[in-house]
Design a protein around this ligand. Sequence first.
Ligand code: ZN
Length: 365
Amino acid sequence: MESKNSSLLVVVLAVAVGIPMSLIILLAILFQDEQDRAVATDCAGGSGSGAIGGDMLAPPGSFIKPVDPSLVSFTSGFGERWGEEHQGIDLAGPIGTPIYAAADGTVVDAGPASGFGQWVVLDHVLGGQLFSTVYGHIDTYLVDVGQQVRAGQQIATIGNRGESTGPHLHWETWPGGRVGGSAVDPTPQYDTAPAPGQTPDAPDAPALSDPDVADLAQAPLVSAGAAADCTTAGGGVGDALAAGSVPPEFAPWISQAGGLCPQITPSLLAAQLQAENGFRYGDDAPVSYAGAGGPAQFMPATWASYGADYDGDGTVDINSIGDAVIAQGHYMCSIAGQVDAWIADGSVTAPNGPTELYLAGYNAR
Ligand SMILES: [Zn+2]
């Protein structure tokens, strides 16, 4: 009986590894953003449904202007100014004007900052690349470190704090991330990005010279005329991580990996990482007795197939968060495809749903 043997094989292997699959599924629920369940069931529009008032949510993968351009004026550009390097652009507007997340991402800083008075810093992954956006001189901030935000979610209001000569948003973009990358002139992106709450006329990538930013521009921008589609893989919509539930350095990668295929969600991957190695990485993620390594506990043979330089740092590193977590997502999607095929042809049954079998497959590697 092929059907019995296949399912038995999966279950036996899972038990042998010693991590109860149902525990991971329970864990996944803990990682899930409560508010997101509401969004998942009520996401026809993409304009703030299920979210806090004042949001101008854009479809997953969007890159939008951080402020309504009709409420601000461009007062200062990027580059040298008063003998100093001005690492962003200034957009002047009344105190209290809403500031929105330019893209889906994770809050890595929110609060006091020298020079800026107060700031918010977001990390994003678009087109497989890490980049940060910085929002300075803000009057109030509405987000916490570790929180997942969506493009168009209100994160702050324009202020006049710190070394500022009038109310404005100071906005920076950092391909490669604020730690490890470098600030580039955000003007081309600002000019071509749709305003909050607006669908762009054309999906043309902005003409940019910097290769990093050009990459970023090839990220899945909103396609013309396409409304927000809550079932689109890649957005992670419907299963965002609960605020602060994972270490902030993991969050953007988990969100990205959780959008690779419809069966695998960010919260499921987070639960796996918790169970596998407790979010340890680098020198803190020792190789296990079985030879598995890194935050996602890849066995060497599996890593040889799935490991890649997803974080773009020039090395394929089983101990790096970006490489390991994106590989984990690809591997889980591959397992899910195989398990779904087995279920479809009747060779295994999944009385408790297929997710247990996906997880069992991962541990059976
Ligand atoms: Zn500035």
